[in-house]
Write a protein that binds this ligand. Structure first.
Ligand code: HEC
Ligand code: HEC
Ligand code: HEC
Ligand code: HEC
Ligand code: HEC
Length: 218
């Protein structure tokens, strides 16, 4: 009895400080978690939002609808010129044959016809895949010689119903499609980004070498 009494008495003073220690430990942990949570929120949510300015295309464009209307697939609009260079984004004369008059009641087409077709003004499309001027890239060698699919580098834009938001890196001026949306640098698909290393690692895999600097910088 005396021993358990003693034990009980001995326990009591011990427990109080333990409780206090426990709660201050809890406070430290929760401060840590809140701070950690905030910094993660800044790093993963706020920072990318601050880093990129969002720009809208002049109007939306539906690739899927148009693919059903043209005869030569992607090449109806994205064609190789006679000298082998790529025309890239289509010019107005590739559209106006069909769009002299409105083809639908779409508000996007209304903008297109009234502001661009009627005034014969080229559409100032934003180019998601635009590389800096110092980079030399040729579609012919990749699409014709190496027989690569568009989607391998561009994803599903060509079959999409709507153009995505264009995000421009405020520091580098690069489109987000160059360095990728994932700030940890993770890459799930071949088209997630197109940095120097992404060009180089495919060249290493398919040609056995990353190639000399002047291959891509002329
Ligand atoms: C009727 C014309 C038309 C056809 C057919 C067409 N496109 Fe396009 N495409 C456009 C227009 C207009 C844009 C401009 C939007 C923009 O700036 O991205 C575009 C943009 C693109 C882009 C984005 C380029 C960039 O980096 O901004 C890709 C990739 C693309 N098209 C792929 C394809 C593929 C693949 C096909 C075939 C499956 C295809 N397109 C068929 C008209 C067309
Ligand atoms: C072969 C004829 C043809 C060509 C070439 C063509 N269009 Fe169209 N376009 C149509 C038709 C038809 C519709 C209506 C489709 C519907 O509503 O079913 C349409 C719809 C649209 C629309 C409204 C739907 C949407 O995409 O959001 C826009 C905008 C448009 N076209 C822009 C363009 C541009 C820009 C080009 C040139 C790069 C172009 N079109 C080339 C026939 C064409
Ligand atoms: C090996 C990767 C790769 C493949 C395959 C590829 N592209 Fe590209 N594409 C690029 C790169 C990189 C750019 C940017 C080039 C630049 O800015 O100098 C680009 C740019 C473009 C542009 C915008 C050009 C402009 O500035 O007007 C269009 C449109 C486009 N590609 C469509 C296509 C289509 C359609 C196909 C399939 C026939 C295709 N691409 C296949 C990598 C690729
Ligand atoms: C997914 C694979 C892949 C990606 C990504 C890729 N390439 Fe290539 N590239 C190739 C292949 C394959 C060839 C060789 C084609 C041939 O000659 O048979 C090539 C050839 C080239 C050549 C011509 C080399 C020569 O000696 O003629 C240049 C320049 C080039 N690529 C630049 C680029 C740039 C710049 C990028 C990134 C923006 C890029 N490539 C992305 C696969 C790729
Ligand atoms: C396979 C193609 C390829 C090769 C080979 C290559 N580069 Fe690049 N380089 C690129 C691409 C694409 C970019 C733009 C995207 C980026 O910044 O990663 C770039 C960007 C750069 C930039 C930044 C330029 C800017 O305006 O932001 C420098 C500097 C550079 N490269 C130097 C080099 C040097 C030095 C070598 C040789 C050791 C080399 N590159 C080899 C494709 C290549």
């Amino acid at each position: 009895m005396t021993t358990s009494d003693h034990k009980a008495k001995g326990d009591a003073p011990d427990k109080a400080p333990k409780g206090r220690e426990g709660s201050s430990f809890g406070i430290i942990v929760s401060f840590f978690l809140i701070g950690f949570g905030l910094s993660m929120a800044v790093g993963w949510i706020a920072f990318p939002k601050l880093l990129y300015s969002e720009k809208q295309q002049p109007f939306d464009f539906n690739h899927a609808i148009h693919m059903d209307l043209v005869d030569e697939g992607c090449e109806s609009c994205h064609l190789f010129r006679e000298d082998g260079t790529y025309a890239g984004v289509p010019t107005l004369d590739q559209c106006s044959g069909c769009h002299e008059d409105a083809q639908s009641d779409s508000p996007d087409e209304e903008i297109f016809v009234n502001e661009y077709v009627a005034n014969q003004q080229e559409v100032p499309w934003l180019i998601y895949s635009k590389q800096p001027d110092c980079v030399f890239f040729s579609h012919a060698v990749h699409v014709k010689t190496a027989e690569m699919e568009c989607a391998e580098c561009h994803g599903d834009i060509g079959t999409s119903e709507s153009l995505k938001v264009y995000r421009e890196n405020r520091i580098t001026g690069y489109s987000q499609d160059i360095w990728g949306a994932n700030i940890a640098g993770l890459k799930k698909n071949t088209w997630d980004r197109m940095k120097m290393d992404d060009c180089g690692s495919c060249h290493l895999e398919r040609m056995g070498s990353k190639g000399p600097c002047f291959q891509c910088h002329k």
